[in-house]
Write a protein that binds this ligand. Structure first.
Ligand SMILES: NC(=O)c1ccc[n+]([C@@H]2O[C@H](COP(=O)([O-])OP(=O)(O)OC[C@H]3O[C@@H](n4cnc5c(N)ncnc54)[C@H](O)[C@@H]3O)[C@@H](O)[C@H]2O)c1
Length: 260
């Protein structure tokens, strides 16, 4: 029988984060879901997952723009359920805009949530994982951690930064039974891409399906929006014993985007 671990998943009440939390619970792990919703809303999501899977779950809220909240999140999760030994840094935001018009406030928020918060949670997690001689860290980067697109400078800086940060932590923990890896998704069917679909739809006379086809044709050779569960499946694999020898890797799950 496989071991039950405890995972902290950031940004876990919707989208890719919820899919990862769901797959981890389905794989037999307990899960602390993090989000920005009020306690009662987040707990309802956690409770529904516990009902479906029989695993222990709970919810902790924190605005990861706040460095103190990000630094405290690991301890908050440990207090809410038990000390996690899996950390998934998934929370992230996007803002598209040409560099000369990019608002400083959006730059700061993207760097804080998509990059600095992952540094702070890993800084908290590593000593506990090291002490127990086992840990898994999965950071949700993006194809934009590997290649660029226009109008995404802050997101590119944060996701390229996350890829580098993860390699560094992977090397520092390589002899400790800890692995640190990134997943780099392409276009995935979640709320974060809605503004980009809407902008493309407007340019194409309001047709949403045509907008999605157009975005995919431009970048993603499999011509299909990824279901969030695909990312969840890969996260579960990276947390499994089968992946014990994989660390410091940034794995594209992108329908061929970065093969071009
Ligand atoms: N959907 C895609 O096409 C795609 C592609 C590549 C990478 N990603 C990455 O996947 C991750 C999850 O995104 P998603 O696609 O599920 O989008 P999403 O918008 O559904 O989820 C984003 C999550 O970030 C959390 N978040 C937002 N603001 C926050 C804040 N201030 N403090 C704490 N948490 C906050 C939200 O609670 C939410 O759960 C992100 O890191 C994103 O960059 C998504």
């Amino acid at each position: 029988m496989s071991t039950t671990h405890c995972a902290l998943v950031t940004g876990a009440t919707q989208g890719i984060g919820l899919a990862i939390a769901t797959r981890l619970a389905e794989a037999g792990h307990d899960v602390v879901l993090h989000g920005i919703e009020p306690l009662s809303e987040g707990q309802a999501v956690a409770h529904a997952l516990a009902q479906r899977t029989g695993q222990q779950t709970t919810y902790v809220p924190a605005d990861l723009r706040d460095p103190q909240a990000a630094s405290a999140l690991w301890a908050q999760a440990a207090k809410a359920l038990r000390t996690p030994d899996i950390l998934v840094n998934n929370a992230g935001i996007q803002h598209t805009c040409p560099v000369q018009d990019f608002p400083t406030e959006r730059w700061d928020a993207i760097l804080a949530i998509n990059l600095s918060a992952a540094f702070m949670t890993m800084r908290s997690a590593v000593p506990a994982m090291r002490a127990q001689g086992w840990g898994r860290i999965v950071n949700i980067a993006s194809v934009h951690g590997l290649v660029a697109s226009v109008n995404k400078t802050a997101y590119l800086a944060a996701k390229h930064g996350l890829v580098g940060l993860s390699k560094g932590v992977a090397l520092e923990t390589a002899t400790d039974g800890i692995t640190v890896n990134c997943i780099c998704p392409g276009w995935t069917d979640t709320p974060i891409i809605a503004p980009q679909i809407e902008a493309r739809a407007q340019a194409l006379g309001g047709n949403r399906d045509a907008a999605i086809r157009d975005l995919l044709r431009e970048k993603q050779p499999n011509q299909t929006l990824l279901p969030p569960g695909r990312i969840g499946d890969v996260a579960v694999f990276l947390c499994s014993d089968a992946a014990a020898g994989i660390t410091g890797v940034s794995l594209p799950v992108d329908g061929g985007w970065t093969a071009q």
